[in-house]
Design a protein around this ligand. Structure first.
Ligand code: IPE
Ligand code: IPE
Ligand code: MG
Length: 249
């Protein structure tokens, strides 16, 4: 291992360990624009986007962040051209197969969040296998939001809670935040402390609507494939300057 790689494993000295976010969520946006700027097809941006995500996962692990959630494909992204959607589905499967061994070695717990039943059957099988194989890993939780929509997640939670009420297992007045959370795809995860969006768009695009109630938001103009360790360092520095009040004074 080169000296540089060894050095990078450590948290930069200007960041305070006790102020690190426990959970970082990212809206990985700007792959298409990254490719367009270089005269390349959009899919090349998605390929480079995978590299950026792999690097971010490694950095989070090296720096002691316990959970990373990445928005890979939204419920609205099906409306893109068929070739792009097909390319993305194939890419997800391929990357999962290629990276699984290393995730096992690195003690990464991978979890896919979203309406997984609508994904191609082959990909669903890869996903189930990867989630089951890494289920007991504890160093970092890596959530991949795939066919994810915040509104759909909330609706599906409502349906399953209503079902329990109908069966007489739950009283309407017993439904509280804790019970509601248990019916979300992200059940068992803490809420993101920091939400990052790349490529400068000032919107949430249906991501983690329930979970980001009190997340700190950081938006950068950098396009997702260019989001590297230095960019992440900047995002964490900005986060550490924030005063999180949670409604108090
Ligand atoms: C984000 O990049 C990746 C996915 C939504 C799958 P985009 O593909 O949205 O890139 P832009 O926003 O068009 O540049
Ligand atoms: C959000 O990006 C979804 C993902 C990053 C997977 P989009 O590119 O789909 O969002 P909009 O259309 O700009 O809101
Ligand atoms: Mg986009």
């Amino acid at each position: 291992m080169t000296t540089q790689q060894t050095e990078q494993q450590y948290l930069p000295v200007d960041l305070k360990r006790e102020l690190l976010p426990r959970h970082v969520a990212v809206i990985c946006d700007g792959n298409g624009r990254w490719a367009k700027k270089r005269g390349l097809p959009r899919i090349m941006g998605h390929k480079r986007g995978v590299d950026a995500l792999k690097n971010l996962l490694r950095t989070c692990k090296d720096w002691g962040i316990k959970a990373l959630t990445a928005y890979a494909f939204s419920t609205e992204n099906w409306k893109r051209p068929e070739e792009e959607v097909e390319f993305l589905m194939t890419l997800f499967g391929r990357v999962l197969r290629q990276e699984l061994e290393e995730m096992i070695e690195e003690d990464v717990q991978i979890r896919f969040v979203g309406d997984l039943e609508e994904l191609p059957v082959g990909l669903q099988k890869e996903i189930t296998h990867a989630m089951e194989t890494t289920r007991n890993n504890r160093t970092i939780q890596f959530n991949v939001a795939t066919n994810y929509g915040g509104r759909l997640e909330i609706l599906q939670a409502c349906r399953s809670i209503a079902d329990r009420v109908q069966k007489g297992l739950l009283q309407p007045n017993e439904i509280d935040e804790a019970i509601f959370e248990r019916h979300l795809y992200t059940a068992g995860s803490c809420d993101p402390d920091l939400l990052i969006r790349t490529s400068g768009e000032m919107r949430i695009s249906n991501f983690l609507l329930w979970q980001i109630a009190y997340s700190e938001i950081y938006i950068t103009e950098t396009l997702w494939p260019d989001f590297d360790r230095n960019e992440f360092h900047r995002a964490l520095s900005a986060y550490q300057q924030r005063e999180r009040r949670f409604g108090k004074v």
